[in-house]
Design a protein around this ligand. Sequence first.
Ligand SMILES: [Zn+2]
Ligand SMILES: [Zn+2]
Ligand SMILES: [Zn+2]
Length: 178
Amino acid sequence: MATTAATSANWKPAAVHAISSGMATAHKHTHKEHEGEALIDAAKRSLEDQGERWTGMRAEVFEELAKHSRPVSAYDIAENLSNQRGSRVAPNSVYRILDIFVRNNLANRIESANAFLVNSHPGCRHDCIFLICDDCGAADHIDDDRLTGALREAGQGAGYAEVRPVVELRGMCGACAK
Ligand SMILES: [Zn+2]
Ligand SMILES: [Zn+2]
Ligand SMILES: [Zn+2]
C-alpha cells in the first residue's frame, strides 16, 4: 500500500511535475521519470521485482504502448502489433497484459478516454493526476501526493477501504489554447 505517506506525521507534499515539460520542483524522494530505452529497462526491472515475468509478448505490448503520448486502446495496440507481425494479435490478450501493467504501475488507465497511457515512473507509485486536451487528445500528468492524499483520507473518512483516487482534468493543452 502506498497510502502510509499521507498519514505519517512528518509527511510533506511530494513531487509536482509534468511529463511534457520535464519541469520538476522539490521532491521528497528520488523521483525518476524515464523515456525511450531507459523507460523499457525500468519497466522490465520493476515488473520482475514484483514477481512477474517480462515475456516477449509483454515486451512488445509495452514498447508499442510507450510509442504513444496519447491514451491508446487495447484494440489499437492489438491492431498495430498485428500489422507489425503480419499475424493477428487478439485485443483480449493485449487487454490482459495492460491489466497486469496497470496493477504493477507500468501503465495507467485513463478512464475518461477508456484507454491506456504508459507510466513514465514505473518504480514510483503515485496517484497520477491526468490532464487531457479536449481538442487534440494530448495527455499530460502531474503527481501531487498532497492533493490525492487528501482525497484518499476523505474516502477513508467516509468509511471506504482501499480508496484509489482517479483524477482527470479536461481542458485545452498549451498548444491548442494559443
Ligand atoms: Zn515519485
Ligand atoms: Zn505520475
Ligand atoms: Zn491540445
